[in-house]
Design a protein around this ligand. Structure first.
Ligand code: TXA
Ligand code: MG
Length: 325
């Protein structure tokens, strides 16, 4: 595995060549680190699933650096809507689901007739895409079901030995995955809460958006919406008020508080998502802190609930899935 630290343009070109030759490169984005492969190379795509131990029904996002590439990969049923979203939020943490064109291998879309596309807001990622074949398929660079990587070291420590290169671009700024919106249907729907607050999309579109939950539905529209996901190996429990924990032995437990509001109970270790109670800061630290809690010698994790507005919804979504056994 080659590690490119503080990458020069030349390094990014070398990494792009690895992708063109069918290799796997982990690269930074503004959300989390991705595990990239050439969209048009099915052998490389198959390796991505293998390295992550990801089920083949769970489709990958195609990362692009131009709108022309979107037109190559997908049909755009409602171009006003598409233009409004991309002008407001691209490059950035919004993944758009569109009807796919035949050029996109079925392996990427898990056999669905739609494809997920996004333009990441990270210069290294954009250059890597541009210097390779213009479209990079990339899931988050973590073993399937595990905590997502927000630093190169998280990738090195987990799947590092099974991939060809890692570009270290420092800490991911948002620290939580992109928001996914489906505009392949007449009424747009949110399929995943993420780094872009729903309220921000709603204010640009001037309408309210529906969140599609797979849970309790027969139809599996967003296969990645699996109940157990983003999970540390240590058991993680949720609570909303410290009173709920009275009588529980917390001597080996770590707590993940949102802000400074409740700090009266004594745990082995205490972590704060945002001492001042800022949801953007909290979202950016979530996976980072979960990695730290995984490495510390606490045995269990107690994570308090956060307000369900703005990025709080994405944080709640990730923590609830992380707590699913
Ligand atoms: O921020 C991100 O989106 C990161 C960075 C690397 O770009 N990527 C990421 O990829 O989170 P991944 O594979 O961990 O999650 C992709 C999500 C999954 O929930 C998957 O089911 C959903 O997008 N998805 C992909 N294609 C889809 C499709 N055609 N229809 C519905 N959902 C789709
Ligand atoms: Mg993921």
């Amino acid at each position: 595995m080659v590690l490119f630290q503080n990458p020069t343009v030349d390094d990014i070109k070398k990494a792009a060549l690895i992708i063109q030759n069918g290799g796997l490169v982990s690269f930074p984005t503004e959300t989390v680190y991705g595990l990239g492969a050439d969209v048009f190379n099915t052998t490389a795509i198959a390796k991505v699933f293998q390295v992550k131990k990801r089920p083949h029904f769970d489709p990958l996002i195609c990362h692009v650096s131009t709108i022309e590439t979107v037109e190559k990969l997908a049909f755009i049923p409602n171009s006003d809507l598409f233009n409004t979203l991309t002008k407001a939020f691209w490059p950035g943490p919004l993944t758009i689901i569109l009807p796919k064109k035949d050029i996109v291998p079925d392996l990427i879309t898990g056999g669905l007739d739609t494809v997920a596309i996004r333009m990441p807001d990270n210069d290294i990622a954009l250059k890597l895409i541009e210097y390779s074949t213009g479209a990079i398929a990339a899931p988050s660079a973590n073993p399937f079901g595990y905590i997502s990587p927000t630093r190169a070291s998280h990738v090195i420590d987990t799947i590092g030995k099974n991939i060809d290169a890692i570009i270290d671009g420092g800490n991911a700024t948002f620290g939580i995955e992109s928001t996914v919106i489906d505009i392949s249907t007449p009424i747009p729907q949110i399929l995943r809460y993420g780094s872009l607050a729903i309220e921000d999309i709603e204010s640009v579109l001037g309408c309210s958006l529906e969140y599609y939950s797979n849970i309790n539905k027969l139809k599996f529209k967003s296969p990645g919406q699996i109940k157990k996901h983003y999970s540390p190996t240590k058991p993680l429990f949720r609570f909303s008020h410290p009173d709920e924990l009275q009588g529980i032995d917390l001597s080996d437990a770590g707590v993940l508080y949102f802000n400074k509001k409740y700090s009266e109970l004594s745990f082995k270790e205490t972590f704060f998502l945002s001492e001042s109670g800022n949801l953007i800061e909290a979202a950016s630290k979530l996976f980072d802190i979960l990695h730290d809690m995984e490495e510390s010698d606490i045995k269990t994790i107690y994570a308090i609930s956060v307000p369900e507005t703005g990025l709080g919804r994405a944080i709640e979504d990730r923590l609830n899935r992380a707590s699913t056994r």
